[in-house]
Ligand binder design. Structure first.
Ligand code: AMP
Length: 194
């Protein structure tokens, strides 16, 4: 399944809960890219500045890492994609990738949120991260966040129509409480609980 939504919509939070409930791994391209940056791999070196500015990393890089990741044994019984696809090109590449592996998407869930609330949520994420003594994401600052929101509107939002046209899109209210959103997602998901 895929979780769609703008930065700060709660994709990461909800993915972590779905992992527990359904026993399938969360494949977050953002997490994978941050790990590559931290490890200083060639992909990390190429992605670092682009990510810090809040722009999108090239389709070729992310399609490659997702394709490799879904070959891992833990993804055999399904997975949740968080932060991928982010462009129609990536969605098309995902379709081809899944077809080539004999797999198919079950559900695409879009978290609908009020844009005005997003900046507040990011500010809270920064405060929570600092309080936990962890390093803050370099792109969780107002300038990069604005760029991320524009990238979402221009490049990712068209995916709603892409998946709606394929009968896969389910939209849920991401402004409800974290628990309520989890319940809504579970209800909308055709994946049986583990
Ligand atoms: P996220 O953790 O999903 O908010 O992603 C953080 C950053 O990683 C994004 O702002 C992009 O720079 C990059 N990124 C993550 N996923 C993708 C993707 N599917 N396509 C392009 N760039 C991505």
């Amino acid at each position: 399944m895929i979780l769609l939504g703008p930065p700060g919509a709660g994709k990461g939070t909800q993915s972590a809960r779905i992992v527990e409930r359904f026993g399938i791994p969360q494949l977050s391209t953002g997490d994978m890219l941050r790990a590559a940056v931290a490890a200083g791999t060639p992909i990390g070196l190429r992605a670092k500045d682009v990510m810090e500015r809040g722009e999108l990393v090239s389709d070729e890089i992310v399609v490659g890492i997702v394709s490799d990741r879904i070959e891992e044994p833990d993804a055999r019984h399904g997975f949740i994609l968080d932060g991928f696809p982010r462009t129609v090109k990536q969605a098309e590449a995902l379709d081809a990738m899944l077809a080539g592996k004999g797999l198919a998407l079950d559900t695409v869930i879009e978290l609908k949120v009020d844009e005005a609330a997003l900046l507040e949520r990011i500010a809270k994420r920064v405060a929570d991260t600092l309080a936990a003594g962890q390093p803050v994401r370099k792109d969780d600052n107002p300038d990069s966040f604005k760029t991320r929101l524009v990238a979402y509107r221009q490049q990712t939002a068209p995916l709603s129509d892409y998946y709606r046209a394929r009968g896969l899109l389910k939209v849920t209210d991401g402004m409800k409480s974290v628990d309520e959103v989890t319940e809504d997602i579970a209800r909308l998901t055709s994946v049986p609980a583990a």
